[in-house]
Design a protein around this ligand. Structure first.
Ligand code: GLC
Length: 561
């Protein structure tokens, strides 16, 4: 059957991106209210049975994603790469990793996604490339002081009083250890992440020009925009002063104009990129900027990013007051700037939130997989809260970013043994952190079959308990996570996207409640005691069967009667 007939048979009636662009109303800034689904390509769906996800696997799941009701997909780096940081070590920005497919596969995927009304965001990694990139290989071949080295931060080491030579300064890698590695001729190069990820020198005109050209390369192929990695990086204090602090992965660089985070000079670069995007129709870019609330507005100026992730909610304690103040701290400044808020509960860098929510409040999700105790985890509670968090975030004004498997309630695979771990965070943590592989385990599509329908033998082992979360166990099943997400996305499109207004409602201690301009309300009981079901017509509840009461850790969407 032709693809369109197949889709029609599956009942998929979605407006193509092309048609959406023709109608001004829905075209206008789709990303302001959109739901963007993050695909960790390596672990999404494997079409050729080699155990690694690929673009054709993603193509085969586009109808699933359209049916779920998402508006866009952000795809984690899919470029040729030695995969020493899951592909955030890019060897060639204009090609596809052979395990993931070809440029032709990417073109076909973009076209099919567009036909299904889904936008595609490509992951741009500008702070660093891979040590396999031609530029870095040439830099290693070339002499100190050569033009080849000038595209990176190569410099001499420091000499102590006793004559010993060490790194140029005390900067630390986000993944642990020094941020400098020495090469054979004695010079050192800077890598804020893994040694396999040399930082580019963004004061160099060739670096600037190259990335403008890379943007055009993907925009010309039909990409709808970019998720920009480490957007708070790029610029460095070229005097390389010693530092007194150390930022670990996914924690904010709270100090503006830090020696290598959130520096004023980076905004000039962003404006150059925005100018390129503005040469095209209807494209956008979202920043992964770990910066303070005071700094964030600078990234959202009209000639800079369209939006920026906000990770504050992901870090917030399970408490109605904490959620309220965190949401307000994201929503108010975005509103004042005319920007859209973004809501994120999980991504490929953090413990999956069904598991995070099941840990005691004083437990650190970064270290708990190592320190335990395993029985501190309350899986049922975590899942119950994850459903509440879905209704809280999907009802808010702004864009929601979902991480693959979140719609299945997938847990973190925190018990992965050390010998299978692949993440540099684990490698460089000296046994203190297991890193990020536990949220990157291949998706279970079916309860039976090899690798739960993912494809060949999964590159990262899946636990037996994944069978219960498989998509085929949940699609169309009342009360499943998948049904909750699908219903929520449908109701969101009908009732929640037409306005950007948020009004808090006082619903008592432990209860988070807000209304939208349409009168639709979200009421989430995050406290320990049941509260009476608020008045109104129930549109959706976090767990089935709620009528008279909202027990602890449940939520409801209501509309006025
Ligand atoms: C970002 C990515 C993370 C990666 C790092 C270095 O934080 O989300 O996965 O390791 O940048 O590129």
């Amino acid at each position: 059957l032709a693809r369109h007939e197949r889709w029609a048979q599956e009942g998929l009636t979605r407006r193509s991106v092309h048609n959406q662009r023709d109608s001004r109303v829905s075209t206008l800034d789709w990303w302001r209210t959109g739901t963007i689904y993050q695909v960790y390509i390596r672990s999404f769906a494997d079409s050729n049975g080699d155990g690694t996800g690929d673009i054709n696997g993603l193509r085969s799941k586009l109808p699933y994603l359209a049916d779920l009701g998402i508006d866009g997909i952000w795809i984690n780096p899919w470029y040729p790469s030695p995969l020493l940081d899951g592909g955030y070590d890019v060897a060639d920005y204009r090609d596809i990793h052979p395990s993931y497919g070809t440029l032709e596969d990417a073109d076909a995927m973009i076209e099919e996604a567009h036909e299904l009304g889904i936008r595609i965001l490509v992951d741009l990694v500008p702070n660093h490339c891979s040590w396999d990139h031609v530029w870095f290989k040439a830099a290693l071949q070339a002499a100190p002081g050569s033009p080849e080295r000038a595209r990176f931060h190569f410099t001499e080491g420091s000499v102590a009083d006793d004559g010993t030579v060490g790194p140029p300064n005390n900067w630390k890698s986000v993944f642990g250890g020094s941020a400098w590695t020495q090469v054979d001729d004695g010079q050192w190069y800077l890598h804020l992440f893994d040694p396999s990820q040399p930082d580019l020198d963004w004061t160099h005109p060739e670096v600037r020009e190259e990335f403008r050209s890379i943007l055009r390369f993907w925009l010309d192929r039909g990409a709808d925009g970019f998720r920009v990695d480490v957007a708070h990086g790029l610029a460095k204090d070229m005097d390389f002063p010693d530092l007194s602090d150390h930022v670990q992965i996914l924690s904010s660089a709270k100090q503006p104009n830090h020696a290598h985070w959130d520096r004023d000079e980076l905004h000039e670069i962003v404006r150059e990129w925005r100018a390129v995007l503005d040469e095209y129709d209807d494209r956008m870019m979202v920043a992964e900027a770990w910066v303070s609330e005071e700094s964030l507005p600078k990234y959202l100026r009209p000639d800079e990013y369209h939006q920026s992730f906000s990770f504050d909610l992901l870090m917030a304690a399970w408490d109605a007051d904490a959620y309220r103040s965190t949401i307000a701290s994201v929503y108010e400044p975005a509103k004042a700037l005319g920007a859209a808020s973004t809501w994120v509960l999980s991504n490929h860098d953090v413990m999956r939130h069904t598991t995070r929510f099941g840990l005691p409040a004083d437990e650190s999700w970064r270290t708990w997989p190592v320190t335990g105790p395993a029985d501190a985890l309350d899986t049922e509670l975590g899942e119950r809260r994850a459903r509440v968090a879905a209704l809280i975030t999907l009802g808010l004004p702004g864009a929601s970013y979902l991480y693959q498997g979140e719609e299945l309630g997938l847990p973190e695979v925190w018990e992965l043994p050390w010998d299978v771990l692949d993440d540099p965070v684990a490698r460089r943590s000296e046994g203190t952190q297991k890193g990020r592989d536990g949220c990157r385990v291949p998706i279970p599509w079916t309860a039976d079959g090899e690798s739960f329908g993912f494809g060949g033998p999964a590159w990262m082992p899946q636990p037996d308990r994944f069978a219960a979360y498989a998509a085929d166990q949940q699609i169309g099943v009342d009360g499943s996570f998948h049904s909750l997400y699908k219903d929520a996305l449908r109701i969101r499109r009908e009732h929640f996207v037409d306005d950007a207004e948020l009004t808090w409602i006082d619903a008592g201690d432990g209860v988070l409640a807000y209304s939208r301009a349409s009168g639709v309300r979200c009421v989430a009981n995050m406290g320990a005691e049941s509260v009476p079901m608020p008045a109104g017509e129930i549109l959706l509840t976090s767990i089935p069967g709620l009528t008279d009461e909202l027990p602890s850790d449940t939520a409801v969407w209501l509309r006025p009667t």
